[in-house]
Design a protein around this ligand. Structure first.
Ligand SMILES: Nc1ncnc2c1ncn2[C@@H]1O[C@H](COP(=O)(O)OP(=O)(O)OP(=O)(O)O)[C@@H](O)[C@H]1O
Length: 400
């Protein structure tokens, strides 16, 4: 008897009450998409678990890929057997015979309370059966080499040994969409990842200033978006040409307030893109106190131009912890490639670290940025990065 299933446990998803069906459907669709090149698999969603019927496929690369999918607490290789004692006995014996070690323990869980034996009784009966039919194994209930788990569910019993942790979180797409302001730096991709982990489908906006920023800088953003696709399927990026706006800021606004005004314009443009696409929030990689644009005064002044909700997943994180996440999701090496960002090119040597609302409003009042903002919005280039390797360019209008 061989493992013929991957059993998937939901964790937090199992607590979602009335919305549970929707969450499970979303996870199912995400798994289907991530595994679309495996033609023989079949994925079945149940109320309390999901399973992948392997149909002869090697389970290990499949689990490896699914570990990047949010909404999964853990995986186990499983044998699905009929809900009768003899089948369960035969399968647990086959499972133990595949293992190496000297001591074992049977751990039964019984979500299906209609099954005639309690979990304690199942443990006892199966433990005795395994001892009688093997030579070298002994029971150790405290520190066994091998745990044989028996899950008595409504549709069948699942015999498993070993448990592989998933990433937890909620399935991407189950809690809405957010527009991520993504630079080429370390922080914003991590902010995107953490937001995705709470079930949010991310689109990104990137401001660039050709010819002052190069194709190399844009390539970083493309690579970051492509890397994020493994967690949430397609990632759409809107590239906003920012050169004219930055030149106008440079010309019309006093040097030390240039950064604040630039961020405020980024917010206005991003909010407009989000509104046009029915996206209900913005996400940034800001973390309190890291740099000049991220002091409390700065956030307060930049925030003034929008009443859109802004998700800041990193706001209370230390830089070292952010870097650890960036490394674990493979964005760090891309983010540290040297490049010129639109912000670093036009930014004054000494930006105001504690900007004041009255001051910035006073500087902005005589300047009308609206024509340049509209022009930039009309010239947005939108690219959809696909999970895996495919990629296509569409115009902004195609996607509306
Ligand atoms: N060129 C850009 N395009 C889109 N969003 C940007 C851009 N530059 C900055 N942002 C947004 O503003 C946030 C703060 O940027 P800032 O440069 O002050 O901080 P940072 O710590 O360097 O962030 P990051 O590491 O994400 O670049 C970024 O996390 C990102 O959300």
């Amino acid at each position: 008897m061989n493992y013929d299933h991957i059993l998937i446990r939901y964790g937090e998803l199992a607590l979602k009450g009335k919305n549970q069906k929707f969450f499970i459907r979303t996870l199912h669709a995400n798994l289907q998409q991530a595994l679309s090149d495996y033609k023989g698999l079949s994925i079945k969603g149940q109320r309390d678990h999901m399973y992948i019927l392997l149909n002869g496929e090697d389970p290990h690369p499949i689990i490896e890929r699914c570990r990047d999918i949010f909404g999964i607490q853990s995986f186990s290789l499983a044998m699905k057997v009929d809900l009768d004692e003899e089948s369960i006995k035969a399968s647990t014996l086959a499972a133990l015979q595949k293992e190496e070690g000297q001591t074992f323990k049977v751990v039964c869980k019984r979500p299906n309370k209609d099954f005639p034996k309690s979990s304690q009784e199942v443990n006892r009966v199966l433990g005795g059966h395994l001892l009688r039919h093997t030579d070298d194994w002994e029971v150790d209930v405290h520190q066994p080499d091998v745990e044989i788990r028996v899950e008595i569910r409504h549709d069948a019993a699942y015999i498993t040994s070993g448990k592989i942790q998933g990433k937890g979180g909620l399935p991407v797409g189950s809690t809405g969409r957010s527009l991520l302001l993504m630079s080429g730096g370390i922080d914003s991709p991590v902010a995107g990842y953490l937001t995705m982990k709470r079930g949010v489908k991310i689109e990104a906006v990137h401001f660039h200033s050709p010819p002052f920023t190069s194709d190399r800088a844009k390539q970083k953003v493309e690579d970051l978006a492509q890397t994020l696709t493994k967690f949430g399927g397609d990632v759409t990026v809107h590239y906003v040409p920012f050169t004219e706006l930055q030149q106008k800021i440079f010309k019309e606004i006093p040097d030390y307030y240039g950064m604040t005004v630039m961020r405020r314009i980024m917010m206005r443009v991003s909010e407009q893109i989000a509104r046009d696409r029915d996206i209900l929030s913005l996400t940034t990689g800001e973390s309190l106190g890291q740099v000049a644009s991220q002091t409390m005064e700065s956030m307060n002044t930049i925030n003034e131009v929008t009443n859109y909700p802004i998700i800041r997943p990193l706001v209370a994180m230390d830089k070292n912890d952010i870097i650890d996440v960036a490394k674990s999701i493979d964005t760090y090496d891309i983010s540290i490639r040297p490049y010129e960002d639109c912000c670093t090119i036009f930014v004054p040597k000494q930006p105001k670290t504690r900007p004041r609302r009255e001051k910035v409003n006073q500087f902005e009042a005589p300047v009308d940025f609206t024509p340049e903002i509209e022009k930039a919005l009309n010239e947005v280039e939108t690219v959809v990065y696909k999970n895996q390797t495919t990629q296509q360019t569409e115009t902004f209008d195609d996607l509306l």
